[in-house]
Design a protein around this ligand. Structure first.
Ligand SMILES: [Zn+2]
Length: 84
């Protein structure tokens, strides 16, 4: 069965929730896992870059492009909910 992206809404909300920094991410470069909140974030005039604490790979980029803010996840292999 093929459906549109609306079918992902429930799963994405369950995993990411209201605060994406609480989600657990796996670095695509070194495999380290941890809350996104534990990454090292560098802020610039254009936006932010979050880097892996294990290997310094770029996990997330946030770029303010005027009308839109673009977010990319070049270094995240997987995301899971935080188990409390
Ligand atoms: Zn890493």
């Amino acid at each position: 069965m093929i459906v549109d992206g609306n079918a992902l809404a429930g799963d994405l909300t369950d995993v990411i929730g209201d605060d994406a920094t609480r989600a657990v991410v796996r670095c695509a470069a070194c495999g380290e896992t941890g809350e996104l909140a534990g990454s090292r974030v560098f802020r610039t005039a254009m936006g932010s870059v979050a880097r892996c604490r294990g290997c310094d790979a770029v996990l997330v980029t946030i770029v303010d492009a005027g009308q839109r803010t673009w977010i990319a996840f070049p270094g995240i292999r997987a995301v899971a909910p935080l188990l409390e």
